[in-house]
Design a protein around this ligand. Structure first.
Ligand code: KIV
Ligand code: ZN
Length: 498
């Protein structure tokens, strides 16, 4: 049996059925291009009879994407198949995916029919689709709840009618891994023409077992896995493509391989999430924000000594190039120096001490410390250490209906001095108090505050430009407290005069 596992992506069909996640044609083309670059074998681009938008998207995707097979879904109806064939007209490699419900629920309630009639219709739709294309995939909807003997008869009839792939969907996400894997094994052992087709898995995640069921099916002989990026799909979603691919890649004992370029997983995940306006949960396997984030000191130390102590895959393998060591208030010096070295900073032990103290203060106020924060800490720390004037203490009183007042204490060449002043606002009051202590005429020429990243707990960067006796001096600082950052930046500029 071949060791190639075909990856059938249905993000644009089953994934797109999620309410509120609909894409327009241009967005679908963008996703299809990303899937092509990711290396999927088949792109299910839509259900063409369902809407003119779906039809049109399949037409346009077929024109642009030439390597993977472009697949269109139909019901077991001739008019659906006619429309699908039409939509796939421009596709270089094309497949029609047709089928019918086979479980007791579908036969009795949906079709009000009999098992024999459904078996006939299954064979007939495959035969009809084969008039248009060589590659026909048959699905037995709700196969997960269809008894194995009847399912085997339907699958045999579909293959005899020309199906090249037989899809065994666990439509309701009801199966357990043993049961679903057993179903695939039963088909492998009891369908006499099974060697003429590839068995495909199609799992839903209603009980959180979609990936486990898919893996179990693969171990029992399935050689195509249907999945979506980020596991999106109706209700609890479909099997997550990235989970199956990385389970196969990370483990050394899998009987299959895929042609997925795993380094494109992360960016494809972000693209789908953004276009579909569907956030990825932080603890989502493989692509969640925290999937590789080690925040406890013990884990960080272990990962730094040997990544494999706590990681089964390298984040770079899925295209995440940031460090997996997240800096938080619980991180040690080892983790901090690792990050600083990664950013190109080699600090002396004293500089590292200073940076670590600053880092701890910042981490107390801010949950995650970013690379930008570190650059600021080091940059500010290195200039502050060299300064002759240092801010020791700052207290500001301000607010509605009160006069802003600031008390400042400076260390000027080792001498401590204090002043209090009012101003038009907290920054002005602080600057006035500083002016009293340095005994120079300093004019503020420019004052600029920038918020570095996202939230209100983020660092503010302050740039100031002052004038003294015809010369201009520039100062910079950053802090989560913009008034402190402003005073530090002002002092930074003044130090250059003093
Ligand atoms: O879940 C399912 O049964 C499906 C089929 C239409 C393939 O999506
Ligand atoms: Zn489905």
């Amino acid at each position: 049996m071949s060791d190639k596992l075909y990856i059938f992506d249905t993000t644009l069909r089953d994934g797109e059925q999620v309410p509120g996640c609909q894409l327009n044609t241009l967005e679908k083309i963008e996703v299809a291009k990303a899937l092509d670059e990711l290396g999927v074998d088949i792109i299910e681009a839509g259900f063409p009879i369902s809407s003119p938008g779906d039809f049109n998207s399949i037409v346009e995707i077929s024109k642009v994407i030439t390597r993977p097979i472009i697949c269109a879904l139909t019901r077991a109806m001739e008019k659906d198949i006619d429309v699908a064939a039409d939509a796939l007209h421009f596709a270089r490699n094309k497949r029609i995916h047709t089928g019918i419900g086979t479980s007791w629920y579908h036969i009795n309630h949906k079709f009000n029919s009999t098992q024999d009639d459904i078996l006939q219709r299954a064979a007939a739709c495959v035969k009809y689709a084969r008039k248009y294309v060589e590659d026909v995939e048959f699905y037995a909807e709700d196969a997960g709840r269809t008894e194995n003997e009847y399912l085997a008869r339907v699958v045999e009839a579909a293959i005899a009618a020309g199906a090249t792939v037989v899809n065994i969907p666990d439509t309701t996400g009801y199966c357990t891994p043993d049961e679903y894997g057993g179903k695939i094994r039963f088909l492998m052992e009891n369908v006499k023409n099974i060697h003429k087709a590839v068995i495909s898995t199609h799992c839903h995640n209603d009980l959180g077992m979609a990936t486990a069921n898919t893996m179990s099916a693969i171990l029992n002989g399935a050689r195509q896995a249907e999945a979506t990026i980020n596991g999106i799909g109706e209700r609890a979603g479909n099997t997550a493509l990235e989970e199956v691919v990385m389970a196969i890649k990370s483990r050394k004992d899998m009987p299959v391989r895929t042609d997925i370029n795993t380094q494109r997983i992360y960016r494809t995940s972000r693209l789908v999430s953004t276009l579909m306006r569907m956030p990825v949960q932080p603890n989502k396997a493989v692509v969640g924000r925290n999937a590789f984030a080690h925040s406890s000191g013990i884990h960080q130390d272990g990962v730094l000594k040997n990544r494999e102590s706590y990681e089964i895959m390298d984040p770079a393998e899925v295209g995440i190039n940031e460090s997996s060591i997240v800096l938080t208030a619980r991180s040690g010096r080892h983790a901090l120096s690792h990050h600083l070295e990664r950013l190109g900073y080699k600090l002396s032990p004293e500089e590292l001490d200073d940076a670590y103290n600053k880092f701890l203060k910042l981490a107390d106020r801010k949950k995650d410390i970013s690379d930008e924060d570190l650059r600021v800490i080091v940059g500010v720390g290195q200039t502050e250490m060299k300064r002759r004037v240092k801010l020791k203490y700052l207290q500001v009183v301000c607010g509605k209906s009160s006069i802003p007042m600031a008390t400042v204490q400076l260390n000027i060449d080792g001498e401590i001095c204090t002043a209090t002043s009012s101003g038009s606002g907290p920054v002005d009051a602080s600057f006035n108090a500083i002016r009293q202590l340095i005994h120079r005429k300093v004019t503020l020429e420019e004052y600029l505050v920038q918020v570095v990243t996202r939230g209100s707990n983020d660092i503010g960067k302050v740039h100031v430009q002052v004038e003294n006796q015809g010369n201009t001096y520039y100062g910079f600082s950053a802090n989560t407290d913009v008034v402190t950052a402003s005073a530090e930046a002002f002092i930074d500029a003044i130090s250059k005069i003093v």
